[in-house]
Design a protein. Sequence first.
Length: 513
Amino acid sequence: MSNYNITAKWVRYNDWYWHLYFNLTNNSSASLLLPDVKVQLAKNQACAPYIAYTFVQNDVYLEGSLLQEVLPVDIGETVEFAVGVSILEMNAPGDLPVMYWVNGEAVSPAAADTQAPTAPGKPVVSSVTASTVSLSWNAATDNVGVDDYVVYYYPTATDVSFALTTATKTTNITLKNLSSETNYSIQIKARDAQGNESPFTSVVSVTTIQGTDASAGYAAYLDVSINATWYPEISVNTQYTQWAVDHNVDKLYLAFLAYSVTKGGLVWVNDNFDYDYAKPLTDMINTSNTQAVIAFGGAKGIDPSYHVSVDTLVGMYQKVLSDFHSNHIDLNFEGGTKYNSTVALTAAARVQASNPDVKFSLTMQINDQGLRPEALAMVELAKSLNVVLDVQIMTMCFARSNVGQASIDVAEKVYEQLAAVYKDKTPAQIYAMIVMVEEIGQNGGGTGMGIFTFADTDLVSNYVKERGMHTLAIWALNRDFPGDVGMETPTASGDPEQTQPYEFSNRFLSNLH
């Protein structure tokens, strides 16, 4: 018997790339500490390296070392690893590698698995809403092992050739984004790691319930430093706030309060704009139906929690709420923000304990899997401190053409993360915690970023209402203007569709109210 056994599979990473994954079993008499691995591809394909892996390509060969995270490989142990290469979708991978070497020892590919799994058990429906169906089933069996289950669902008036599919590695799933009052047929196949598929389960039919005529609030961030008057003295531009007040924007997030080391206190954006600089805006807002939200931090800001104690920060929060007549503080803790989440959330807990009407929100960055790890950790900390808050997710900076759908996909993953944290909340209560913050028009983050379009406005608005989210927000009101096509600037959307000021906001207001 060979000292090692290796199986391989191509895994779709996203809409553009496939990744090559392996299972390595150590059948030798010693642990593998830092093995050199060589892979011979079936054909020469342009493999793009991606972060964190050390394999390099030479013609049809890939050579490198396993990551420390999977080492050592003990006697009899099997580990999964990737070789750190991506194949573009247009060059779909096809054949698996034809030979391997581990520390110079040749390893032939394991015999191909051609046996399909058995069919899973018939799906059992556990709950139905206007847009979701939750179901479970008994597991399938396989000679090697079931890798995942593919769920096919389609309106009963059609047939399986029209089905949408989704995959899961568990024996339960919630199908989402369904049409209300529609009868669906659902079937499931099991699949092993080599792509062998089981027969279909028998069909289960279910009808979604009637939807509700929901509405949601519309909120906008405003960079208060944009188009300020500099002479004869610095003063804030009020035109954006006046429009928001006149058009019943529900919330205006004034961005951003930051801590000035040189001044030893709070300023707006930077040292040019003193603490009372935005007071004319809150005075306007507080005589209207619009609500002022005081946003701390920001992409490049220094949050006061980075420099002051919990006691000092409690006093700052209380003073801000009193001075600007607001009951909502937004903690905008992005990657570039300097902050101390423990200090900030401990202070928030104390403020809320003395005044439960005070609202806090955490605005955080996401990735394709939902909240980033540091963001999820902040949510878990907030829960442990009994801070009641909204989880505001920055659904932006997508390198995709369908930015609206990308936002929805991430929001659903955030819902799943929050459901795991807030086990005492109902699905409706969890969705009500989520606020999507969309960057209208051209998304930032580098070349190749997508554009949030008018069509995305409609798509996301419908999703927010359907899920019962109470608010949808944009970055930013000062960007809701035509111009700067294809560019991310602070004073225009960069969307070639936009020809009039506030077109995105008007569309959102019409959709949500």
